[in-house]
Design a protein around this ligand. Structure first.
Ligand SMILES: Nc1ncnc2c1ncn2[C@@H]1O[C@H](COP(=O)(O)OP(=O)(O)OP(=O)(O)O)[C@@H](O)[C@H]1O
Ligand SMILES: [Mn+2]
Length: 270
């Protein structure tokens, strides 16, 4: 007669790698003793002293996104290869590992999320906060109407030099940072108006209403995207900034870096 264990055995059959999300030291040590399996740790810091470690820059409330980040990160670091079967063990409900899911590297669509956080100049928490604002705006719109927005994060001095004001800057002389609840309301309010937000590496809002002076030469972004996206891509090629764009027309959130589109997500699925 079949039993639960047989059923669950199938889940980990043939798995070569275990990816542990924020394990305790004891849990990590126990996993290391398993033969023929390599262990990767993905956590905020490497407290357990793992040999193969992927840093998690934020909590990723959505488990799917956490797993995607861990798997992309591990692949990027060379710990995993296309086709590898991985068992991911994580904490879903409690402060102990209570869930296991199996993934095949390459089967998850690559989101670019690891690159976005690890190779950006700005603080990962700032990027995450901006992506959150863009996603929320995308879900709700502005009084029910779809709205677009452009956020340029990091290398703000250079970005300011390569842009000009469209109107009076409501953030002049203020010291407000992304992530503050008040600021999120302000960002949403001002997103009705033209131009870009410029945000520093540490998350200070430097300006709203900036018109970026894009030098589109050599910038290669998917056809069909308009001037907002072109300006976003160009500014990230000419500076070390990362740009996050919410499209008013297709309602997707995109991130650009080094002149390229690196992330595309649908706020409805986030
Ligand atoms: N160079 C720029 N700098 C800052 N903002 C810009 C720039 N170019 C366009 N925008 C902003 O983008 C808005 C939409 O322009 P457009 O429709 O051409 O862009 P798009 O890429 O198609 O974006 P969407 O998908 O939101 O329509 C403009 O009204 C303006 O506020
Ligand atoms: Mn448009």
């Amino acid at each position: 007669m079949a039993n639960v264990r047989d059923l669950l055995d199938e889940l980990v059959e043939g798995v070569e790698t275990v990816l542990l999300f924020s394990p305790s030291e004891a849990y990590y040590e126990r996993c290391r003793e398993i033969e023929d399996v390599s262990v990767i740790v993905c956590a905020g810091d490497n407290g357990v002293g793992a040999e193969r470690f992927v840093e998690l820059p934020l909590e990723f409330v959505a488990a799917k996104e956490r797993i995607r980040f861990g798997v992309e990160g591990a692949a990027e670091e060379g710990f995993l290869a296309e086709g590898d079967e991985v068992a991911c063990a994580l904490k879903l409900f409690d402060d102990v590992i209570d869930s296991v899911c199996r993934v095949r590297v390459g089967d998850l669509d690559r989101s670019g999320v690891y690159d976005l956080f690890t190779t950006s100049r700005a603080d990962p928490a700032v990027i995450s906060a901006v992506v959150d604002v863009a996603v929320e705006l995308g879900q709700k719109g502005q009084k029910g109407k779809p709205v677009g927005a452009l956020f340029v994060i990091g290398d703000a001095g250079k970005v300011m030099n390569k842009s000009r004001p469209l109107s009076y800057n409501p953030f002049e002389k203020s010291h407000v940072h992304v992530g503050d609840p008040i600021v999120n309301v302000m960002l949403k309010e001002f997103s009705r108006l033209d131009g870009a937000f410029v945000i520093s590496d540490s998350g200070k809002i430097v300006s709203a209403y900036r018109y970026l002076e894009p030098n589109a030469e050599g910038v290669d972004i998917p056809k069909g995207l308009g001037t907002r996206h072109m300006a976003a891509a160009s500014v990230t090629r000419d500076t070390n900034a990362t740009a996050v764009v919410l499209s008013e027309s297709d309602r997707l959130v995109r991130a650009f870096k080094g002149g390229e589109l690196i992330l595309e997500l649908d706020p409805e699925e986030y």
